[in-house]
Structure formats: structure tokens, C-alpha cells
Design a protein around this ligand. Structure first.
Ligand SMILES: Nc1ncnc2c1ncn2[C@@H]1O[C@H](COP(=O)(O)OP(=O)(O)OP(=O)(O)O)[C@@H](O)[C@H]1O
Ligand SMILES: [Mg+2]
Length: 369
């Protein structure tokens, strides 16, 4: 048997392997940068992508900024202003905490951060594949702009895994629209190849934002869900059983203001509809679960998109209850058996326009507007 000697990996390889866990595709970059902007208390965030993010991703905010002397530090791995010890993981008030997103993005792209804090000069730093090239003063308003060019220029295998620019853009738009449901007071704008794909001004009304993300008709069709138990609160808006899609990706799941993927919550939502939705069809909208931060572990994966609840069945049953209650309070409570049967065989999404509704349907909707 050949004995293979153990070697230490070089720093660049270690960096790119670590980066691969955080930056899977352009939408991961958009997600991380928008989360940084939100953590900086920005009220206005403009996201721009070109070619689905492969050639350019830019996220500009009007948040607190980064001081010139801290700019190179922000690019290093395991540097953060958000936590100081692991105990802080159980009382997080920020979306970021691992101190690795900028380092990861920098390791696999050409990255420029320009920033200014109030009362100081603006500055910018550039790095290519993680190597800091240039730190200089440069005038700009308070806030931060992160420019990511040539993503995966040094990881050709990853670049090949990217989908078409259109499909990467759709993913990136979704990352922003998902996050935006937890930050109604923030103005988000998403521009792709100079076309505005999303313009979400601040609003007090979640249904108003859903109208801009989906459509006014779809938003109007959605039922408000709400349920609280002990220290847990579930709220959101979900489509009625007659309005479904063929995949789950249009359901936004938020846990403590963080967009996540959660099989448990996704299943609980479906369970709440009982038999009203055909197999293979999925309701959409958003569900927000708020639990005390000590009840949920958000440090489950480097992408921070999964969470682990201390008591997952308690959370799931609260979600089921919220959905059921909304359906019971609406006319979907006791659908005649033939309608259920019909939906099981003909589960096509159907958007009914106001002009097509009967007056009793109109009145019914008004209650939920
Ligand atoms: N848009 C921004 N505005 C102000 N400060 C920022 C911005 N982006 C990054 N920073 C600063 O740079 C630091 C490093 O950012 P980075 O995203 O790498 O780590 P993090 O957000 O702390 O944790 P995570 O890796 O979980 O995202 C942040 O802690 C923050 O202090
Ligand atoms: Mg971050």
C-alpha cells in the first residue's frame, strides 16, 4: 500500500475552500452584503448586478460606514464588530456574526469597499483574490459601497456551476425580496443590467410590500396569519388554497428577522392547510416566527440560512395553528367536499381578478385588506 504523506494546505487554498462554504453563487454574495447593510442600520440599499452577478455585484448603503483604519481588518477572516464571545450567539441582535463574509467574498473575486463614517474622510480598499492591493482616501457620502467583480475568477470549477444569468438574477432578487419582508422600514432597490427589477420603498404595511414583490392581485388574495403562544409569535401572509405554485421557493420563511430555509416550518404551513391543497402544489407568501434568541441556534451552517430550534415541535404546532386559524376565519373554513376533490385533481394556480368576483367575494376580501 502506498503511504501518502500529510501536507499542510497553502493559505490561498485554505481561504478558497472556506470561501466556498459561504459563497455558493452570486445570490449568496447579495445576501451577505445586504445583511451587512442592514446591520449597519442603513435605511436605503441599492443592489446592482450585471450578467446575473458574474461580472459585477454592487451593494450601496447609507449606513454607519467603516472607518479607514478598519477597512483592511473588515477583509480579514474572523473579524467582526458584532459579537465578542460565543455566548453572544444566544443573544444576537445582528444578521452577521461569523466575521467571514467579506473575507470569503474577497477570496474569490476582485473586491472594492468604499466607505465613510460620519465626521471622517471617506476611504476605499481593493483586494484581488484576497490580496489587499490598495487603501486610499476617497470622498463619498456616509455609508458603504461594496463592489464585487469577476466572481470566481480564480475558482473556474465554481464559475462553471453557475446557472444562466437570468436564473442567477432571479435567485438574487429573491434573496433581497425575502430579506425585505423583515425590514419594511428600509428602501430596497434592485437593478439588473440597468433595469430596475425591484423598487421597495419603506412601508408600514406588509401586504403593500407583497403587492410589489408578487402582484397587487396576489397580495390581496393572501390571508393574514397570526398566533402567539408563551413567548413565541407567528405572523405572516399566505395565499388562499386556490392560489398555489408548483414549488416551495416562493414561500419566504423568516425566523427572528432572518430569512431561512426550514423544512419543519414549510411542512407545518402545508399541514395547516389540511387537505385543501393538492399534493405537489404549494402556497406562498411569508411566515415570520419570532422566538426568544436563546431558543434558536442560528449558527448551524456558514451560510446562516438554517436554524435549529430547541423545541421544533412547539414551533411547528404554533405555525400549524396560525395557518388553520386564518383559514377557519375565512370562507375557506369548510369547503364543500366537491371543491376539495376538484382542487386535488386540478391544482392549477388561479388568480381571480376583482372584476370577476361576486359581490360577496369582494366583501370578504375587503375584511382582509
Ligand atoms: N455595509 C457595511 N456597513 C458598515 N460596516 C460593515 C459593512 N459591511 C461590513 N461591515 C463591517 O465589517 C465587518 C466584517 O463583515 P463580515 O460580513 O465579513 O462579517 P460579519 O457581518 O461580522 O459576520 P458574517 O460573516 O456572519 O457576515 C462587520 O462586522 C462590520 O463591522
Ligand atoms: Mg456580514
Amino acid at each position: 500500500m502506498t503511504i501518502v504523506s500529510i501536507k499542510r494546505l497553502d493559505k490561498g487554498t485554505i481561504e478558497r475552500i472556506a470561501a466556498g462554504e459561504v459563497v455558493e453563487r452570486p445570490s449568496s454574495v447579495v445576501k451577505e452584503l445586504v445583511e451587512n447593510s442592514l446591520d449597519s442600520k442603513a435605511s436605503h440599499i441599492v443592489i446592482e448586478v450585471r450578467d446575473g452577478g458574474a461580472s459585477l455585484i454592487s451593494v450601496a448603503d447609507n449606513g454607519c460606514g467603516i472607518s479607514q483604519d478598519e477597512l483592511p481588518l473588515a477583509l480579514e477572516r474572523h473579524t467582526t464588530s458584532k459579537i465578542t464571545t460565543d455566548a453572544d450567539l444566544w443573544q444576537l441582535t445582528t444578521l452577521g456574526f461569523r466575521g467571514e463574509a467579506l473575507a470569503s467574498i474577497g477570496a474569490v473575486s476582485k473586491l472594492t469597499i468604499s466607505s465613510r463614517v460620519d465626521g471622517a474622510q471617506g476611504a476605499s480598499v481593493t483586494s484581488v483574490g484576497g490580496q489587499v492591493q490598495d487603501l486610499k482616501t476617497s470622498p463619498r457620502p456616509t455609508g458603504t459601497t461594496v463592489l464585487v467583480e469577476d466572481l470566481f475568477f480564480n475558482v473556474p470549477a465554481r464559475r462553471k456551476f453557475m446557472s444562466s444569468p437570468r436564473s442567477e438574477t432571479v435567485r438574487a432578487v429573491r434573496a433581497v425580496s425575502d430579506t425585505s419582508m423583515a425590514h419594511l422600514d428600509v428602501h430596497f432597490k434592485f437593478v439588473s443590467n440597468q433595469t430596475v427589477l425591484l423598487d421597495l420603498p419603506p412601508t408600514a404595511d406588509a401586504r403593500g410590500r407583497l403587492a410589489l414583490i408578487h402582484s397587487p392581485t396576489e397580495a390581496k388574495e393572501m390571508l393574514r396569519i397570526e398566533h402567539s403562544k408563551d413567548q413565541m409569535f407567528v405572523c405572516g401572509f399566505l395565499t388562499r388554497p386556490g392560489l398555489t405554485r408548483s414549488n416551495r421557493t416562493h414561500l419566504t420563511i423568516l425566523v427572528n428577522n432572518r430569512p431561512v430555509t426550514s423544512k419543519e416550518i414549510g411542512k407545518a404551513v402545508l399541514l395547516g392547510y389540511d387537505q385543501r391543497i393538492a399534493r405537489g402544489r404549494f402556497p406562498y407568501g411569508f411566515v415570520h416566527v419570532e422566538v426568544p434568541s436563546k431558543e434558536v441556534d442560528v449558527n448551524v451552517s456558514p451560510t446562516k440560512s438554517e436554524v435549529r430550534f430547541k423545541n421544533a415541535s412547539f414551533v411547528a404546532s404554533a405555525v400549524v395553528r396560525a395557518v388553520r386559524k386564518a383559514l377557519e376565519d375565512s370562507s375557506e373554513a369548510t369547503p364543500p367536499p366537491n371543491i376539495v376533490a376538484h382542487r386535488l385533481v386540478a391544482p392549477k394556480p388561479k388568480i381571480v381578478h376583482d372584476s370577476q368576483r361576486t359581490s360577496s367575494q369582494q366583501q370578504h376580501l375587503a375584511v382582509h385588506t
